[in-house]
Design a binder for this molecule. Structure first.
Ligand SMILES: [Zn+2]
Ligand SMILES: [Zn+2]
Ligand SMILES: [Zn+2]
Ligand SMILES: [Zn+2]
Length: 431
C-alpha cells in the first residue's frame, strides 16, 4: 500500500470493519453473545449448551446464527466443561468465518483471496486442523472441505489481529483490508480499534506521495533475533526493512552488545548470515547469537526475580538499571525492559525522589521510543502518561468501557497479553 497524496501525521488512511471476530483459540470461559469473561457457576445456552452470561445473549446478534449449528453437538463433546482455559474455543472463530461461505459470498471471497501459507504450515498445524475438521463435519454435521478449513485457519493465523472486547477480554478479529499493509520494524502507521472491532490506520509521520505505508506485525520492542524468528516462523519472510538493514537499528543499537575487549565499542550484527553474529568494529572480536541471547536472558531472569512488591525492589531495580547501562548501554533492549519495569514500580511512589526518578527514566525511554516508533505514536504517549500519573489507577489501569475508546491492536502472532486500554484523558506534562 502506498500513498497517493501528501499526508500529515495523524491522518486517517483506512477504516476497516471486521469480517468476523471471536475468542482466542485458547481461552477461559467467555460469553459467545457479548464476549464477557465468565466466572463461577456457568450459565449454559438453552440452545447449544455453550457458556453464556445470560439468557439474553442466546439471541444476541453474535450468537444467534451459530447457536443452531453448535446445538448439533448433542453430546456436548466440543463444549467447554468449566471456566478453565481450553482449546475448545478455537473452533468458534473458524466457524464464524466458514459460515460466510453460505451467508455472505462477497466476504467469503475476500477471505479466500487472503494469504494463508497453508503449504508452509502443513505439518505444524496438522493436529489442530484435524480437530477442526472433525468438530465441524462430524459433530456439527457441516460439509466444509478440508481445504476450506485449512485455508480459513491459515488466513486467521496470517492476518487476524488481536483486539479487546468491551469487557476487556482479548479477542481475534479478521479484517478485509488492513492486511494489505506490509510490515516494517519501524512502522509509519499506527493502528487502533474500537471495541466493536473497527480498525483504524493513521499516519504517525508525514508521508510524501508514493511512499509505502507500513504497520508492524511483531511490535517494535523486540530485539533483532526475536523479530527475525517471529517473522520467519509466522509470516515466512526475512525482513529487509530500514531498521533491519541498519546495523545500528535507527541509531539505537537496540540489539547490540558491547565488546568485552574494548568496553566502549558496541558490536554490530552481520545480518546476512543464517546465524546472526556480532562483530566488534575495532578489534573484530565476535559474539555468537546464542551468546548474545544468553547475556540478555541472564538480565531478564534477574528482572523476573525482582518482581516482588517489597520496598527494597525499587532500589534493586535501580541498581540493576545502572548495571545494565554499563554492561550493555542505555538504549539496549534489556535496558528498556528494566526501565519499563521500574517506571511501573514507581507509580506508587510519590516522594520527591520517586517523581524525579520517574521523569528521568521517562525522558530516556521517550528518546528511545521516538526512534523505534517515530511520530505521533501511542507508545510515547503511554510512557508519558505513566510517567506523569500520580497513581497507577489514574494512568492506564482500568479498562475503558466506552465504545469510542481506542486500544492498541497487535497481530495475533506472537500472542501478546492485551495492553490496558489507554485513557482518553489529555496527557499531562511530566513533573
Ligand atoms: Zn453475554
Ligand atoms: Zn447457543
Ligand atoms: Zn525489519
Ligand atoms: Zn573490540
Amino acid at each position: 500500500m502506498v500513498t497517493t497524496r501528501r499526508l500529515r501525521p495523524g491522518e486517517n488512511v483506512l477504516m476497516d470493519q471486521p469480517l468476523a471476530f471471536g475468542p482466542l483459540p485458547y481461552s477461559s470461559a467467555v460469553c459467545l453473545g457479548c464476549h464477557r469473561l465468565l466466572t463461577g457457576e456457568l450459565f449454559r445456552c438453552p440452545g447449544c449448551w455453550w457458556p453464556l452470561c445470560s439468557e439474553e445473549c442466546a439471541t444476541s446478534k453474535l450468537h444467534d446464527k451459530e447457536c443452531p449449528i453448535l446445538a448439533k453437538d448433542t453430546e456436548h463433546l466440543a463444549v467447554p466443561e468449566n471456566n478453565e482455559e481450553t482449546m475448545r474455543y478455537d473452533i468458534i472463530m473458524v466457524l464464524r468465518i466458514l459460515m460466510l461461505r453460505d451467508s455472505n459470498p462477497e466476504k467469503w471471497g475476500v477471505v479466500m483471496a487472503m494469504e494463508h501459507h497453508s503449504e508452509q504450515r502443513a505439518e505444524e498445524g496438522k493436529v489442530e486442523l484435524d480437530i477442526s475438521v472433525y468438530v465441524l463435519n462430524k459433530l456439527l454435521g457441516l460439509d466444509f472441505t478440508r481445504k476450506e478449513v485449512e485455508q480459513v485457519r491459515g488466513a486467521i493465523a496470517t492476518n487476524a489481529m488481536q483486539m479487546t472486547s468491551p469487557y476487556g477480554v482479548p479477542l481475534r478479529a479478521l479484517h478485509p483490508r488492513i492486511h494489505f499493509f506490509n510490515h516494517a520494524c519501524t512502522p509509519n502507521l499506527q493502528l487502533s480499534f474500537t471495541t466493536e472491532g473497527a480498525m483504524y490506520a493513521r499516519t504517525a509521520v508525514a508521508l510524501e506521495p508514493g511512499e509505502p505505508m507500513y504497520v508492524t506485525y511483531t511490535g517494535t520492542a523486540m530485539p533483532l533475533w526475536e523479530r527475525r524468528t517471529c517473522l520467519k516462523e509466522n509470516y515466512f519472510f526475512t525482513c529487509e526493512c530500514n531498521r533491519c538493514d541498519d546495523p545500528s537499528e535507527m541509531d539505537t543499537d537496540f540489539s547490540n552488545p558491547r565488546c568485552l575487549e574494548c568496553s566502549n565499542m558496541i558490536m554490530k550484527p552481520q545480518t546476512w548470515l543464517e546465524n546472526l553474529k556480532w562483530v566488534c568494529p575495532n578489534c573484530k572480536a565476535e559474539k555468537s547469537e546464542q551468546r548474545v541471547k544468553d547475556e540478555v536472558q541472564t538480565v531478564l531472569s534477574t528482572l523476573e526475580m525482582s518482581d516482588v512488591s517489597d520496598t527494597s525492589s525499587i532500589r534493586r531495580l535501580q541498581f540493576l538499571l545502572e548495571q545494565v547501562e554499563q554492561e550493555f548501554h542505555s538504549q539496549h533492549f534489556v535496558w528498556m525492559k528494566v526501565a519499563q519495569k521500574m517506571l511501573h514500580k514507581l507509580m506508587n511512589d510519590d516522594t520527591n525522589r520517586g517523581l524525579a526518578l520517574r521523569v528521568e527514566i521517562w525522558k530516556k525511554l521517550s528518546v528511545l521510543y521516538g526512534k523505534l516508533e517515530p511520530g505521533m505514536t501511542r507508545k510515547r504517549g503511554e510512557a508519558r502518561s505513566t510517567a506523569a500519573a500520580p497513581r497507577a489507577g489514574q494512568a492506564l489501569g482500568a479498562a475503558c468501557d466506552s465504545s469510542a475508546c481506542f486500544a492498541t491492536p497487535t497481530l495475533l502472532v506472537p500472542l501478546l497479553l492485551p495492553s490496558p486500554a489507554p485513557s482518553l484523558l489529555p496527557l499531562p506534562s511530566p513533573g
